[in-house]
Design a binder for this molecule. Structure first.
Ligand code: GCW
Length: 644
């Protein structure tokens, strides 16, 4: 069925073959099971041009040689060779030299101790804490294997909304067991920590990072962790954000908090990934707040702290301009956090290939200016790991880009399709085209032209641009972002408005500030635009909006049609799975289009252009839709049909 290294099932073994270490045992086993070509030799070698994880592959005269300074590099070389084989490349005369751009390529799991996954739509958490450490599910090693095959070398096991119980000794024993399974695959474990742990777990009266007892508590805790897990990676911290405790509770800065943890980890070469996802319900623009809080701290962080910044300034919206904090802290290590799980992109019901969105980010932020890349995982206990069969392409693309951000989205999609489905170009080429268009399609039917945060309260699945919750934070409500009124729509972040544009480098600031030069894709992000404004296309803004929503619907209808035509080329079960999800996606797209256009029309007072499809719902009926789902569920077709 799915003939790929990436998806083959294989239980890992810790048994060491004579003369081999666990890593090399794995490497040989992979070759034995997956390689069809001539003999392969693996050799550790010194090569000044190779990083520890880098490798070379040379093949000639019926022999293949893989070399690397490190064992994990050899394993990566084996996976690369197998990838080339299953993607149909000519492996007879290879001259490959590969180095990862980032030394740290890490997944962030938002998994809770009770087995739920925050914003996870593929079942429950992979980690069965109740059974650990004595029972080791076969999926742990499969998980590690999939990650290693695409170069991912770190995993933060638990939610950034962290429980302090994570650091209790009984729990650390369980973490140790997972670390043991992951180790031969070159994967280190990291933990999200709750900044108030010294109080909640340690019984201290404060968590002030400058307090001696607090400092000592963390030192002891870190020592305890390394005694159990000598190659433990470090901590990820969400502090003073969305109700989480942090150094600011004690009058200290983010740098004070991060440095205190960094000092405790430093003797063991551990690191701190300190998140910059902070915003307060003040009257300043939420999009400006992370920059305002972090930029002045540039130069104050220890060398083993990396500030982890979401790609956009607000929150993983279908499309955002890049966060201006990137590049604004030249004396501080920075890393990007992408969201692989589709919190704002149709959960695991919608087919949305995310590589083009991530590449858009890299077209503004030079990859080499960052130290690492993190992705919020989309994995769970679902048999296919990610819910939507095509959501697996996003996990794959994340790993490939973390290794080499200059790979193109097309290349990655092509590789993945060939390994997952078939090498037949009559399938691969059109489906790759569909994947490439899918992000833009979702932006079109959800939030075109720079609109953002029009989501329903609670879950972020369907549209609710009208949502008002008495007493709710303004910056959690759609009207804060779209600001639709009789004159127009959009958030004025120009110099005449919130002046968020001023946080960007001068050239971009000028371009975004001027309504004429601001790209259409970000227009309503940066400007409040009159309904009758003439767009670059010559249409009015209102008409342009209508055409964009309509285009989104038509795009996914075309995906549906294309997929139907591929029935003979795909395993029947897999075919039906994708087909069913595409039909949900088409109906959702119409739902989004009708909800947004009918609602905004109340302000615009203009007709929907007559050459596009008429709304089929009434605004009144749409306003009554309530999906009884929480943060952790993906609505089923049945539920959607009943409620929508
Ligand atoms: O995107 C938002 C999510 C929260 C999440 C938060 C964060 C883990 O809605 O569920 O919390 O961001 O990134 O901290």
């Amino acid at each position: 069925m799915i003939a790929s290294v990436w998806w083959n099932k294989l239980a890992a073994t810790e048994d060491v073959m004579p003369g081999h270490t666990p890593v090399l045992t794995l490497a040989y086993k992979e070759l034995q099971e997956g390689w069809d070509g001539p003999p392969v030799t693996l050799a550790l070698k010194k090569d000044r041009q190779l990083k520890e994880d880098g490798f070379t592959i040379h093949s000639e005269q019926g022999r293949v040689a893989i070399g690397s300074p490190g064992e994990t590099g050899l394993l990566y070389g084996v996976y690369h060779l197998l990838r080339l084989q299953s993607a149909g490349a000519d492996t007879d005369s290879l001259q490959v030299k590969e180095n990862p751009l980032y030394d740290l390529r890490i997944l962030n799991h938002w998994d809770n101790p009770d087995g739920t996954v925050e914003r996870g739509y593929a079942g429950r958490s992979l980690w069965n804490w109740e059974e650990l450490p004595s029972v080791l599910s076969e999926r742990y090693s499969e998980y590690a294997r999939i990650n290693a095959s695409i170069g991912i070398n770190g995993t933060v096991l638990n939610n950034v909304n962290a429980s302090s119980a994570t650091l209790a000794i009984e729990h650390l024993e369980k973490v140790k067991a997972l670390a043991g399974v992951f180790r031969p695959y070159g994967i280190r474990v990291y933990l999200s920590v709750n900044f108030a742990s010294p109080i909640q777990l340690g019984g201290l009266s404060t968590a002030d990072p400058l307090d001696k007892e607090v400092v000592n508590w963390w030192r002891q805790k870190v020592k305890e962790i390394y005694r159990l897990i000598p190659d433990f990676g470090g901590f990820l911290v969400k502090a003073n954000s969305e109700g989480q405790p942090g150094p600011c509770d004690f009058g200290r800065t983010h740098a004070d908090g991060a440095n205190m943890l960094a000092d405790a980890l430093e003797p063991y070469k551990g690191i701190v990934m300190w998140r910059a996802f902070v915003y307060n319900p003040t009257d300043t623009d939420r999009a400006k707040q992370a920059y305002q809080e972090f930029q002045p701290l540039d130069g104050q962080f220890r060398d083993n702290v990396i500030v982890q910044i979401k790609n956009g300034p607000v929150d993983f919206q279908p499309r955002e301009p890049y966060s201006p904090l990137f590049g604004a802290m030249p004396h501080t290590g920075q890393m990007v956090e992408f969201q692989i799980t589709q919190e704002y992109l149709g959960f695991s019901n919608h087919l949305v290939y995310l590589a083009p969105m991530w590449k858009e980010f890299f077209s503004f932020v030079p990859p080499a200016s960052l130290k690492a890349m993190a992705g919020v995982a989309n994995t769970g206990t679902d048999a296919n790991w990610c819910g939507h069969p095509f959501a697996r392409a996003n996990w794959y693309a994340f790993g490939r880009l973390a290794w080499n951000p200059s790979l193109s989205s097309e290349e990655i999609a092509g590789e993945w399709l060939k390994q997952t489905f078939t090498q037949d170009t009559t399938f691969v080429l059109p489906i790759r085209e569909m994947m490439m268009e899918s992000h833009e399609a979702a932006v079109n039917y959800m939030m075109p032209l720079g609109l953002h945060h029009l989501f329903a309260w609670g879950h972020h699945y369907g549209p609710e641009p009208w949502c008002e919750i008495p007493g709710a934070r303004a910056d959690w409500l759609p009207s804060y972002y779209h600001k639709a009124d009789k004159t127009g729509i959009g958030f004025d972040r120009s110099r005449a408005g919130s002046a968020a544009v001023a946080q960007y480098p001068a050239g971009l600031a000028r371009q975004y500030d001027d309504i004429q030069s601001c790209p259409d894709a970000y227009l309503l992000w940066f400007h409040h635009v009159p309904w009758g404004h003439t767009m670059k296309s010559g249409r009015t803004l209102w008409d342009e909006l209508c055409y964009a929503y309509d285009r989104g619907v038509r795009q996914v209808r075309a995906f549906q049609q294309l997929w139907d035509s591929m029935e003979k080329q795909v395993d029947p079960q897999l075919f039906k799975d994708v087909q069913a999800r595409l039909s949900i996606q088409v109906r959702d797209a119409v739902w989004w289009k009708d909800a947004c256009l009918l609602y905004f029309q109340e302000f615009a007072g203009r007709p929907v252009p007559y050459d596009i499809e008429r709304p089929i719902h009434s605004l009144e009926a749409l306003k009554k839709v309530r999906l009884p789902i929480g943060n952790y569920e993906c609505p089923s077709e049945e539920l959607l049909n009943k409620n929508r």
